[in-house]
Design a protein around this ligand. Structure first.
Ligand code: ATP
Ligand code: MG
Length: 266
């Protein structure tokens, strides 16, 4: 146990034996007085892959943004690797930037810098994290190779396909050696071929034991790689459990209706 340095004078202990990389308890968040998260409990254990599914507007992106410390919750707790970050909605950790490096995020629309090449996009975050320039370049080159883009290092985002850009975004997220990667619908703006390329990289990461949280409408992929599925609707976790239960034998009518609506889209 070590003590983290809180901002407001309260001492909160970090539990380094906690198997959870991310732990979220009774999390609440409103925008302009409208509740978007209404008491979410979720645990992401080291080495696990958690898929989050649910209707549009249900709060999935907001939940990921809270887990990545990009959004400040109104209430509830968030711990990263046993270190309390928010307690009762109050920030109890003094260095969000350092913690955020442990939680990589891949966005639906890639969010690459358009004026930087692929390799520079992978280097730049490392520069902010004070990784030495040579090391940052070596990591970037190795990661671009790992996502099948060794030959595209000097390309700019607008010279790359959507699938290539998303794989650069994955390399960028991996460059800071995060303990967990959050994916927010990483393939929903991609065509089937690009989707396959991105899912292949994600499948490899899963096989290597990367801890991942995956917001996705790719139900068959979620069934294949995830070991836990969470159905979120209207700011609450309606049900969670192994994919074989939640996806194949949902206990709740709301989950059933959502899954049926996806089938009708196909
Ligand atoms: N910054 C914001 N300001 C105001 N309202 C917001 C903000 N971000 C999200 N919302 C609202 O919060 C609700 C939940 O949004 P969120 O993006 O988390 O849903 P989602 O489950 O990710 O939906 P989708 O499947 O369409 O991506 C929506 O009604 C959205 O309009
Ligand atoms: Mg979303």
């Amino acid at each position: 146990m070590t003590a983290t340095k809180p901002q407001d004078g309260i001492t909160v202990s970090a539990d380094q034996d906690d198997p959870a990389v991310i732990r979220v308890g009774n999390l609440t968040k409103s925008f302009e007085g409208r509740p978007v998260l209404r008491g979410i409990d979720l645990r992401v254990d080291r080495g696990s892959i958690v898929s989050v599914i649910g209707r549009s507007g249900g709060g999935k992106t907001t939940l990921l943004r809270c887990m990545n410390l990009l959004e400040r919750p109104d209430g509830g707790t968030i711990s990263i690797s046993g270190e309390p970050v928010f307690a009762d909605g109050r920030q109890v950790h003094g260095d969000l930037a350092r913690l955020r490096q442990r939680v990589g995020m891949v966005f639906q629309r890639f969010n690459l810098f358009p004026h930087l090449t692929a390799i520079e996009n992978v280097v730049i975050g490392q520069r902010c994290a004070k990784v030495a320039e040579r090391e940052a370049l070596e990591r970037a080159a190795a990661l671009l190779k790992r996502v099948g883009l060794a030959h595209r290092g000097l390309a700019y985002p607008d010279q790359m396909s959507g699938g290539e850009q998303q794989r650069v975004a994955i390399a960028r997220a991996l460059a800071l050696r995060p303990e967990v990667l959050l994916f927010d619908e990483p393939t929903s703006s991609l065509d089937p071929e690009a989707t396959r390329e991105v899912l292949r990289v994600m499948r490899e990461l899963a096989a290597e034991g990367m801890t991942m949280v995956l917001v996705t409408h790719e139900i068959s992929f979620a069934r294949e790689v995830a070991d836990w599925t969470v159905y979120v609707d209207d700011g609450v976790v309606v049900e969670q459990g192994p994919p074989s239960e939640v996806l194949d034998r949902p206990a709740h009518e709301r989950t059933r209706r959502f899954l049926t609506s996806l089938d009708t889209l196909d």
